[in-house]
Design a protein around this ligand. Structure first.
Ligand SMILES: Cc1cc2nc3c(=O)[nH]c(=O)nc-3n(C[C@H](O)[C@H](O)[C@H](O)COP(=O)(O)O)c2cc1C
Ligand code: SF4
Length: 434
């Protein structure tokens, strides 16, 4: 975790006590589990209302109100809570730190979310490539059971809550909530059709299920502790609370930063992340994970970082992953690399995604290798249009889930900002950057 002068909430303990921030002893010595205790005396309505009032938006990428999602939970019980720690979006690495360095903060959030949603069985789905975070989480769960904070009669009440850790097999698509649910059930990790399979109505084992991201859940103890108004005041306008940005690429100080919304991209990239390496120029950045359309300095550097501003500019903050590229970057190569990822991770259910992402990757590869044709950019856009009709933002889709349209983002970004660079590859028969 890299610190700034902005208030730290979720990351304070790991910054101030790096040696033992993951232990129960440190967690309790710094006020831990007081809010879960308090939640035991609150009703579902009180908890849902508090989270709604706080304006907490899910941190997994879709940006949906947490309190609103909770209020949609269908009446049949039992209901389940699933915490999404699949974190496979390229450029995103904030949940890893939360899992590894402050697992009790998330577990306290799980207790609060469970009481609010009448859940007695919660699951934490962690990507398979995160063995240390998974070990730390399991150890923290064992500590919480031994202390009487999980299991039968938690905190001396008659409430029972069990929590199970499940390691994924490394598939990006299992981060999509319905694919994750399939995977938890032991099925292939393939997204389900929505409707009818909205998890809050028909989720795990076809029962009502709340799926929330690790960071979303980790916010809950702080919302109860400081109250909805103080939590809101930490943020900017509709973007309440703090937000974890994972900054990577050609910057001097890559890392995770806990920041309020409303600062500008210039402040994030140059002041906070230290600016460009080796005195190079900023060429472009991906503002919200590999699925997001790109931004360029001429248009976006002084734009405030808010959900609405990003949306109006044709992109999104997504999971908070900012990938910065300098002027040595071949944009065709960058697009090919991102599209190759999506082609590899496509689950294959939908023809436009299964076939289209592979075609797009092959076309980009031949342009990058100097074998491109003059029609190739139009062909890329045509294939993209079959996946995401109209090439609009937010994307429309011919597919079951948004993975297919995610592969379109680098292509539309190329066409919008780097058409000349693509054409130079074709006319010169090589990468113009050498
Ligand atoms: C292809 C794809 C991958 C996703 N990967 C993740 C992920 O790794 N972690 C995550 O929390 N949400 C991921 N999501 C979003 C989830 O479907 C879901 O919206 C989220 O877990 C809900 O939690 P939240 O409301 O707290 O954000 C992904 C969505 C898609 C379409
Ligand atoms: S869009 Fe792609 S990843 Fe999503 S369900 Fe269809 S084939 Fe699978």
């Amino acid at each position: 975790m890299t610190t700034t002068t902005y208030p730290q909430v979720l990351t304070r303990r790991m910054t101030e006590h790096p040696a033992d921030s993951h232990t129960l002893a440190r967690y309790e010595a710094t006020g831990g589990y007081q809010q879960a205790r308090a939640a035991m005396g609150m009703t579902r309505e009180q908890l849902v209302e508090t989270v709604k009032e706080s304006g907490l938006i899910g941190r997994g990428g879709a940006g949906f109100s947490a309190g609103m999602k909770w209020s949609f939970l269908a009446p049949p019980r039992p209901s389940y809570l699933v915490v999404n720690g699949d974190e496979s979006e390229p450029g995103t690495f904030k949940d890893r730190q939360l899992l590894e360095r402050d697992p009790h903060q998330m577990i306290e959030g799980i207790i609060i979310a469970s009481v609010a949603n009448e859940v007695h069985e919660a699951f934490i789905y962690i990507r398979g490539e995160y063995p240390k975070p998974a070990r730390r989480v399991q150890h923290a769960i064992d500590e919480a059971y031994a202390a009487g904070y999980l299991g039968d009669g938690i905190f001396g009440s008659d409430y029972q809550l069990d929590v199970t850790v499940h390691l994924g097999g490394g598939a990006y698509i299992c981060g999509e909530e319905t694919a994750l649910i399939n995977s938890l059930e032991g099925r292939r990790g393939e997204p389900r059709l929505k409707p009818p399979y909205f998890p809050a109505a028909k989720g795990l084992y076809m029962l009502p299920t709340i799926v929330n991201n690790v960071e979303t859940v980790s916010n809950l103890p702080h919302i109860l502790e400081m109250g909805a108004d103080a939590y809101k005041a930490l943020g900017h306008d509709k973007d309440t609370g703090t937000f974890l940005f994972s900054v990577s690429g050609h910057v001097k100080r890559p890392g995770n930063y806990e920041l309020p919304h409303g600062i500008t991209w210039r402040e994030l990239i140059f002041d906070i992340a230290g600016g460009m390496l080796d005195g190079r120029e900023l060429k472009a950045w991906i503002p919200g994970g590999a699925s997001a359309p790109w931004f360029v300095p001429e248009e976006h550097l002084d734009m405030p970082i808010t959900k609405d501003d990003c949306g109006q500019a044709g992109s999104m903050l997504g999971s908070g992953a900012v990938i910065v590229m300098d002027d040595s970057t071949c944009m065709v190569k960058a697009a090919e690399r991102v599209v190759r990822f999506f082609a590899h991770e496509s689950c294959g259910q939908c023809t436009p995604c299964r076939e289209g992402t592979t075609w797009m990757q092959q076309i980009l590869a031949r342009i990058e290798e100097g074998h491109g044709r003059a029609v190739d950019l139009d062909l890329l856009l045509d294939v993209s249009d079959n996946i995401s009709p109209g090439l609009a933002w937010p994307p429309k889709m011919t597919t079951i889930c948004p993975l297919g349209p995610s592969a379109v983002s680098p292509v539309t970004s190329l066409a919008k900002y780097f058409r000349e660079e693509v054409e130079a590859h074709v006319t010169e028969g090589r990468c113009p950057l050498g």
